[in-house]
Design a binder for this molecule. Sequence first.
Ligand SMILES: C[S@@+](CC[C@H](N)C(=O)[O-])C[C@H]1O[C@@H](n2cnc3c(N)ncnc32)[C@H](O)[C@@H]1O
Length: 156
Amino acid sequence: MKKNLADCMEMDAKEFEKTAEEIFAPMYPVLAEQIIEETGKIEGLCLDIGTGTGLLPIELAKRTKLVVYALDISEEMCKIACRNVLLSKFSGRIIVIKGDVHFLPFRDNFFDLVVSRGSFLFWRNQIEAFKEIYSCLLYTSPSPRDRTRYRMPSSA
Ligand SMILES: C[S@@+](CC[C@H](N)C(=O)[O-])C[C@H]1O[C@@H](n2cnc3c(N)ncnc32)[C@H](O)[C@@H]1O
């Protein structure tokens, strides 16, 4: 029987956990620092899409007061993420949710920050996924620094 991507990711959860812990581990603190430096977001609500084993949310929680929703389509990944979050000191600020980026279960303008690492390429319809992301992301005017960096029109 033909398997869809979610099934494949489900089967690979244990293997990905090993890779995340043995190879990717040093990347998550660096990534968290970069996210904070780039966005300046240190409080409010954050969504990590395709959280995998939940290591990025843990590093974000260590460095900020953010409440992080850690969302993944794979039940198996969510179980591993839950375990990692419980073992960390941040179970009060990280909520693991099973869900699909194409059908985000949040109201509009809910999040101050949305992040994702290594998941984008697995999404079935990236345009639909980004529409969902934009809907649940709170719009704030770009800072003068963002305008310069990303060449935003002055009316943005
Ligand atoms: C390569 S792993 C990256 C995990 C994690 N972000 C990291 O950096 O360690 C990709 C993750 O995206 C998840 N994923 C794939 N398609 C998804 C979708 N449509 N919605 C939510 N998560 C998805 C997979 O289950 C998997 O955990």
